[in-house]
Design a binder for this molecule. Structure first.
Ligand code: NI
Length: 166
């Protein structure tokens, strides 16, 4: 287990499109575990492999219900709408208002290579959409609600807003 370096906005690799994982093997499991360590070290709720400069379709999430480590995640269903603040470990110190589906179902492979479906509402739904976007080189800053701008957080606000980072 290891905490990996998280790349930020100025690194063009954040815009790379990740490729599918051909097989969930020990190397992928190690990546998933290191990503979880990295996410936790930064008090995030989600992380995509793109953010640790690995361009494979792998995401990890934990919004407080369970740990999800998913290879080749794909959206199956998206319903409703939620508008809320979102942040990103690759855009440190800022949040912005983004519209997302309220309820989603995604599918992918778990750490044993078995097919899984993840059903998420609210924060988990937001997180799934945010992480899959990362794998396509898309950032939340691309999707701000029209008429709104990125907001810089003060150090005190940063302390209180750690749970929106993904
Ligand atoms: Ni992010």
């Amino acid at each position: 287990m290891a905490v990996l370096n998280v790349i930020t906005l100025e690194n063009p690799n954040l815009r790379r499109r990740a490729t599918r994982v051909p097989k969930v093997d020990d190397a992928i499991r190690t990546l998933m575990d290191d990503m979880l360590d990295t996410m936790r070290a930064h008090h995030g709720v989600g992380l995509a492999a793109t953010q640790v400069d690995v361009h494979l379709r792998v995401i990890v999430m934990d919004v407080g219900d369970a740990v999800h480590q998913v290879a080749n995640p794909e959206m199956v269903r998206a319903e409703g709408e939620q508008i809320g603040y979102e942040g990103c470990l690759s855009v440190p110190g800022y949040i912005g208002k983004v519209a997302r589906a309220e309820r989603v179902v995604a599918k992918g492979l778990d750490r044993n290579g078995r097919a899984v479906r993840i059903k998420g509402n609210e924060l988990l739904a937001r997180c799934i959409q945010h992480e899959i976007d990362h794998l396509d080189g898309v950032l939340f800053t691309d999707k701000l609600v029209p008429g709104t701008t990125l907001m810089e957080l003060s150090p005190e606000e940063l302390e209180q807003n750690t749970d929106v980072y993904a």
